[in-house]
Design a protein. Structure first.
Length: 289
């Protein structure tokens, strides 16, 4: 790749006729595969989109890699000789989590539903799940998800939970009693948290997530086991032109720049309510510039 952070524009990527949301990036053989929610706000149509870049300045023409009504790609994992991509079914209620599979990162299978919470879950009152993110650790897969008690109601919250699997097909809810990330601080109000990503850093797991929907910002938490998390507060993220309304949906890209640096691609909403992508750099996952 020919990535030079100092040369990047802000916003990183903005389109006049489509909102770009929920970014996820997979680096492979010198190319960054950028997955995202492609939202046609005029027709109110959702798809998972894909574009390729080698420098984060020029992006290939967008491919729609899901049926209409699917959104919020979480991340890609390499599993054997194929790639798996997680995202959500948003067309019909209840919303569910899905996987798609590919051999080449460009052509993807039809989505297969993998998870929704069951009657054992005590906090996902709405019985729907969105915003998946996959982690492989010690021979097991973990899938973070967002449940809620606010769908179709004047108030309520989104919460983050986690499920586990040995084969990406059969899943068990690992947070049936209480959410993994609940709502505990004023900056998570009035409507809760969503859109998380998880990375390993300095001997522990670090989660970045969107805190609050209405007043969206980015917060972080740490864990030793991927199930129990300690909230650490809000990340230090500057308000850039184009993110004045709110910003969130963080995705940490590892291995993009110099050793010891992380890069975060995320969505920002401008004062007109339009959404595009931004990219910042950090050495500690907390302070971003």
């Amino acid at each position: 790749m020919s990535f030079v952070y100092a040369d990047l524009p802000r916003p990183l990527w903005f389109l006049p006729d489509v909102d770009l949301r929920d970014p996820a990036v997979f680096l492979h053989e010198g190319t960054a595969y950028v997955f995202f929610t492609h939202y046609d706000f005029r027709q109110r149509r959702w798809h998972v989109g894909l574009s390729e870049t080698r420098d984060f300045r020029e992006f290939s023409p967008i491919r729609l890699v899901s049926p209409e009504g699917y959104a919020s790609p979480g991340n890609v994992l390499r599993v054997g000789d194929e790639f798996v991509l997680c995202y959500q079914q948003y067309r019909n209620f209840p919303h569910t989590l899905c996987l798609a599979r590919s051999r080449n990162l460009r052509d993807w299978s039809a989505p297969e539903v993998i998870f929704n919470t069951g009657p054992e879950n005590r906090w996902n009152v709405d019985g729907r799940v969105i915003d998946p993110y996959l982690v492989e650790w010690r021979g097991r897969y973990f899938c973070y998800y967002v449940g809620s008690d606010r769908w179709g109601k004047p108030s309520g919250h989104n919460f983050i939970g986690v499920a586990g699997s040995d084969d990406l097909k059969q899943w068990v809810d690992l947070s049936p009693e209480v959410p993994t990330i609940g709502v505990d601080f004023p900056w998570e109000e009035p409507d809760g948290n969503e859109n998380n990503c998880v990375v390993w850093h300095e001997g522990r797991w670090v989660m970045l997530y969107s805190a609050s929907l209405r007043h969206q910002c980015i917060a972080w938490a740490t864990s030793d086991d991927l199930i129990h998390w300690r909230k650490q507060g809000r990340c230090d993220v500057p308000v850039l032109p184009g993110t004045e309304n709110r910003f969130g949906a963080p995705f940490v890209i590892e291995g993009l720049g110099e050793p010891g640096t992380f890069h975060m691609i995320y969505q920002g909403e401008n004062t007109a309510g339009r959404v595009g992508f931004f990219l910042l750099e950090s050495r500690d996952l907390v302070t971003w510039r």
